[in-house]
Design a protein around this ligand. Structure first.
Ligand code: 5AD
Ligand code: SF4
Length: 480
């Protein structure tokens, strides 16, 4: 689907339109070189690791390579170009990439023209780039999070050259609008509203690899969503590391709640989601907008990270256990049917059994529909990595197991409240099990049900017959 071509409308402050034009020109240059060098066509395989924001950048690079005339390959072994967008939030994400590169090395031996491209968060780390320079010479092109828009220019150089090209920026104050995007679904999509992060949670590498927080201008966001709606998108997910602080750094500051009010006015948009909310910045204004909106989904992802006030302080989260619990109860009072989800880290340095029990207590009281649980991962360069008293692995694993049991039990219990109800779902795709469609309720619950695939992309009333934990089996009621 192609929908992001700019329409010559007025310039938006803070954006670099000349850079967009330049890169669109490089896409054309790549296209004509590819036609010459690969007369039977060039294929690509692109893979995303990490969060939804990364995924949107993956879809942008996919849009650019598609516009160069390349077509998707069925596997990475058969592709002429293999592209990985990397994540570094936890060490296992890094290990995964090194593993895949190890396997690709032998594939490239029998396919020497293959181009291997790495970009994204992991590439913003000096020690990673050093390792690629020294031990992964067969990687052709490396760039980071701040210059992703330069992919066409860098790829053109790479097509002309056999040497390894590495271009990493440490930060950028530019926002590049209007690049092509190859979206997975034609009816729902993510929309970046801001980039970077200023929070510096002590365990987190994101501020170092994504740079300082910068918001897109509301006009640019609204214009993009209007354009998406005009092309059939009905559900948007507004994306940022901390959407609750959206707009604070703009020349004319605006609040996230006021942006939501404007998005709500756009015809054709039926559902609005957003991610991620930091509890310290979740305003009463936002809760009020959510409670009055007919389009904002009643689902809130509110990472708690820990239930211990002592650990939250060490994490630099700027809230404590009581404030988190109060926030949960305030939201539930204003939006009684809200579905709450969260992220929790186990084994932060110095976490005691007592601290951990407070995490269990908050899980017990908060009634999350889903909680994503993570074992603390030491990230070089963050303050927590320098903290003494790292928790032994066997203790962390034991706590992690207990937490997982509780969140699964609570999740099942909470999700089952919809059993027997009829919910409106947006039908997303055909399920692997033949004949079943998969849709999502406004509460972000998945439901599989029999139906015709012509329903994909539309809203259908589905009865939630059987709760399977974090998903349901359902059916379309007769009268539908
Ligand atoms: N170790 C473990 N989990 C982490 N997260 C972020 N940094 C780390 C880390 N160093 C988790 C947080 C965040 C989610 C996206 O990843 O819970 O909310
Ligand atoms: Fe991973 Fe964080 Fe980068 Fe997202 S922003 S890809 S979670 S490191």
């Amino acid at each position: 689907m192609e929908m992001n071509k700019r329409d010559g409308a007025a310039k938006i402050p803070g954006t670099n339109e000349r850079e967009t034009e330049l890169q669109l020109k490089y896409i054309e240059d790549c296209a004509s070189l590819i036609r010459q060098k690969y007369p039977s066509g060039m294929t690509y395989f692109i893979q995303n690791e990490g969060c939804q924001m990364n995924n949107l950048q993956t879809e942008t690079v996919a849009g650019m390579i598609r516009d160069m005339g390349c077509t998707p390959a069925d596997s990475e072994e058969n592709a002429d170009v293999v592209i990985f967008n990397t994540c570094t939030v936890r060490e296992n994400a890094n290990q995964k990439i090194y593993g895949r590169l190890g396997r690709l090395k032998s594939v490239k031996r029998s396919h020497p023209d293959m181009k291997i491209v790495l970009f994204g968060c992991m590439m913003q780390e000096e020690h990673v780039v050093k390792k690629i320079r020294q031990s992964y010479r067969f990687v052709d092109l490396v760039f980071g999070t701040h210059n992703m828009h330069k992919f066409p220019e860098l790829f053109l150089h790479s097509l002309h050259s056999d040497s390894q090209i590495i271009d990493i920026w440490t930060d950028s104050d530019q926002i590049i609008e209007g690049l092509p995007v190859d979206r997975k679904y034609s009816f729902k999509t993510g929309v970046n509203i801001m980039f970077g992060c200023n929070n510096f949670c002590s365990y987190c590498i994101v501020p170092y690899v994504r740079g300082r927080e910068k918001s897109r201008e509301p006009q640019a966001i609204l214009r993009e969503i209007e354009d998406l709606a005009a092309h059939g998108v009905t559900e948007v997910m507004l994306l940022g590391q901390n959407v609750n602080s959206y707009g604070k750094t703009l020349e004319t500051p605006v609040t996230f709640a006021s942006l939501l009010r404007e998005v709500e006015k756009i015809d054709g948009i039926k559902r609005i989601r957003f991610m991620t909310s930091h509890p310290k910045d979740l305003s009463d204004e936002l809760i009020d907008v959510m409670s009055h909106s007919t389009k904002i989904c009643h689902h809130l992802h509110l990472p708690m990270q820990s239930g211990s006030s002592r650990i939250l302080k060490l994490m630099n989260r700027h809230y404590d256990k009581e404030k988190y619990l109060n926030l949960v109860s305030k939201i539930r009072t204003a939006v009684p049917d809200i579905s709450l989800t969260t992220d929790i880290i186990v084994g932060f340095p110095s976490e005691t059994e007592e601290d951990f029990r407070e995490t269990l207590e908050v899980v017990e009281k908060s009634n999350f529909d889903t909680a994503f649980t993570f074992i603390y991962s030491k990230r070089t360069g963050t303050p927590a990595a320098r903290m003494e008293d790292q928790v032994p692995e066997d203790v962390v694993k034991e706590r992690f197991g207990r937490l997982l049991n509780l969140v699964q039990e609570k999740g099942r219990e909470n999700s089952s409240r919809f059993t027997g109800t009829v919910q409106e779902v947006l039908v997303e795709e055909e399920n692997r099990e033949q004949g079943l469609l998969t849709g999502r309720t406004e509460y972000n619950l998945l439901v599989h049900f029999p139906g015709d695939k012509s329903l994909i992309g539309s809203y259908v009333k589905v009865r939630m017959d059987e709760c399977k934990g974090f998903y349901y089996f359902g059916s379309i009621p007769e009268e539908n």
